[in-house]
Ligand binder design. Structure first.
Ligand SMILES: [Zn+2]
Ligand SMILES: [Zn+2]
Ligand SMILES: [Zn+2]
Ligand SMILES: [Zn+2]
Length: 215
């Protein structure tokens, strides 16, 4: 009987350990990284070049595609204008970029860019072979998230921006989203409010341009 109990306890323990091992879920980082998704196993979300720790914040940054047939039949006039000029509808608090709707004007600002064509490795290989080097200004700007005056192009993470104001806004947006992820460690709703220019009901704090406005 004693032996039976030992086996029973050992089996129960093994089962319990197996449950703990799978409780956090399997790692889906590889897929999440490719799609800008969320990995439950690691509690990590991918957004552009950033890895975020708050699932709520990550969710608030996502964009919804607007189907082509819906583009012209939106009930709100503000939205119709905003869609035409990739702008914001102030009454609905939605920003449109390339037929995607964003709750976060900062996520929208980053979405104005094109995936980066600057290839650091290819560039280094060319240089090593003594081939004509690519633009020096771009090389420096790609590293620092700066602007190349010669080519009129700006870099932020892995995107390029052809408009100086768009580039400035994208830089600001990147810094703010990184800050919001740190804020999420104390309050996730505040982090969401920060990136959506809205308020956190629990803390009674409103945010505008990343700054606190006490209610
Ligand atoms: Zn993972
Ligand atoms: Zn609207
Ligand atoms: Zn350049
Ligand atoms: Zn809060």
């Amino acid at each position: 009987m004693k032996r039976f109990m030992t086996v029973f306890v050992a089996l129960t323990l093994a089962l319990a350990l197996a449950t703990i091992a799978t409780a956090g879920g399997d790692c889906e980082c590889k897929e999440a990284k490719a799609t800008g998704g969320w990995c439950d196993g690691c509690s990590a979300g991918f957004f552009g070049d950033m890895v975020l720790t708050s699932k709520k914040l990550h969710g608030a940054l996502q964009a919804k595609p607007i189907p082509a047939d819906k583009l012209t039949s939106l009930p709100c006039d503000g939205c119709k204008t905003a869609i035409e000029e990739d702008g914001t509808c102030e009454s609905c608090h939605v920003t449109f970029v390339k037929s995607y709707a964003f709750r976060s004007p900062y996520a929208a600002a980053l979405a104005q860019g094109q995936p980066m064509q600057w290839d650091e490795k290819a560039h280094a290989a060319k240089k090593a072979k003594g081939e004509a080097a690519d633009c020096q200004g771009c090389e420096a700007a790609a590293k620092a998230g700066g602007w190349c005056n010669d080519c009129s192009v700006g870099f932020v993470g892995s995107h390029i921006y052809k408009d100086k104001v768009e580039h400035k806004n994208a830089r600001k947006a990147l810094t703010m989203i990184q800050r919001a992820d740190r804020v999420a460690k104390s309050c996730e709703s505040c982090a969401v409010a920060m990136v959506t220019d809205s308020k956190c009901g629990g803390c009674k704090i409103a945010y505008r341009n990343g700054k606190k406005i006490r209610l």
